[in-house]
Design a protein around this ligand. Structure first.
Ligand SMILES: NC(=O)c1ccc[n+]([C@@H]2O[C@H](COP(=O)([O-])OP(=O)(O)OC[C@H]3O[C@@H](n4cnc5c(N)ncnc54)[C@H](OP(=O)(O)O)[C@@H]3O)[C@@H](O)[C@H]2O)c1
Length: 332
């Protein structure tokens, strides 16, 4: 078959990951993309000739189908309502979103659906978001649409902010934590900058659990590199950063780079789990956040990335370089 230049539909374009993907497409300029955005979104499309806008809503199949009909060859999907915007409910519509995406992919013979999921653990059933992600994965796998599913580790941009770093959110157009969900906004308003200003770091669990944190730009890069990679078709791939590092070690990196003594405040698992139970009924998104923090505080997800980085010919950013760059870009 003749190989055509890909045209991507980026679903979740106004989110922190989706907008990073589009920024990269705008800079590289060699592939075309359509950003799928809700009319209520205040998203600013990067001004680049190769990027266009399609207004729609994932709960409305016709709008997804209309977007796919516009010469789209590949779909990159990052959308979710896990951190809901005002007026949205946590997770309720996510299965419908992906039913609609998959149906539109089938009807329009989309060559490749690339989806970001969450890292696997033996405790998936304890995290509502992970239960939803696994269901979406199953729907994609069963659909017959060629797919690549990345199961992402904790994003540096999000979780270093949760620890108290302001620098990692500085200059980000659409930070997930400030999307409008009251608890993530409250957490941010109480803690954003305490790491840089006062040298205080909040650590899930006892802080000794290691994670392969990955930065959002690297996730975006991997998802884009998956386009036209036959070796990644119909694969579920664990995706993490280049090194396993504990929360305490992340706090120490900030200490070294800021030349400050850092006080490490553990968030005990029992506290996170208690908060989760308290929030379960009234604010499921908050309960989900607590259950993820509890999981990240006791379960290590540290995949070996050597095969993927070799296959895609990419280099992943380590935590020290990421933090150093963010601090250098930030006026504190
Ligand atoms: N944070 C982590 O460490 C981590 C790790 C692994 C995987 N992930 C996954 O990565 C994905 C992307 O994360 P992110 O930070 O970019 O998320 P995000 O900032 O919360 O973005 C969510 C996106 O979904 C869109 N969306 C929600 N409802 C929609 C609807 N009805 N129709 C159309 N679009 C809709 C939002 O649009 P609006 O702007 O209109 O609301 C937004 O663009 C998420 O699924 C997350 O679970 C995250």
């Amino acid at each position: 078959m003749e190989s055509m230049k890909p045209h991507l539909l980026v679903i979740g374009a106004s989110g922190q990951l989706g907008s990073a993907i589009l920024r990269r497409i705008a800079i590289e300029g060699d592939i075309a993309a359509t950003a799928f955005v809700r009319s209520s979104s205040n998203y600013q499309l990067p001004s680049a000739e190769n990027i266009s806008l399609h207004t729609g809503d994932l709960t409305d199949f016709d709008s997804v189908n209309a977007a796919c009909r516009q010469k789209v060859s590949h779909v990159i999907a990052t959308a979710s309502s896990i951190v809901p915007r005002k007026g949205d409910s946590f997770g309720i519509d996510d299965l419908l979103f992906y039913e609609n995406i998959i149906r539109a992919c089938k009807e329009n013979h989309i060559e490749h659906l690339i989806y970001i999921s969450a890292f696997p653990s033996p405790f998936d059933d304890q995290v509502p978001e992970f239960v939803i992600k696994r269901q979406i994965e199953q729907m994609i796998v069963a659909s017959g649409v060629p797919y690549t599913i990345f199961r992402g580790a904790a994003f540096m941009d999000i979780y270093f902010a949760v620890m108290g770093s302001r620098a990692v959110m500085q200059g980000v157009g659409h930070p997930t934590l400030l999307r409008g969900y009251w608890l993530s906004r409250l957490w941010s308003s109480l803690t954003s900058g305490i790491l840089e200003k006062y040298g205080i770091a909040l650590l899930p669990g006892n802080g000794k659990t290691r994670q392969s944190f990955i930065c959002i730009d690297d996730v975006a890069n991997c998802m884009l590199h998956a386009v036209n990679q036959p070796g990644l078709i119909n694969q579920i791939i664990d995706l993490g950063g280049p090194q396993a590092i504990s929360w305490r070690e992340v706090a120490d990196l900030y200490g070294h780079l800021l030349n400050k003594k850092v006080m490490k405040i553990p968030l005990p698992i029992w506290l996170l789990k208690t908060l989760e139970v308290i929030m379960r009924k009234g604010t499921p998104a908050g309960a989900n956040m607590m259950s993820i923090l509890a999981l990240l505080g006791h379960y290590e997800f540290t995949p070996d990335m050597s095969q993927l980085t070799h296959q895609l010919q990419i280099k992943l950013t380590d935590s020290r370089s990421f933090i150093a760059k963010k601090l250098a870009e930030t006026k504190l």
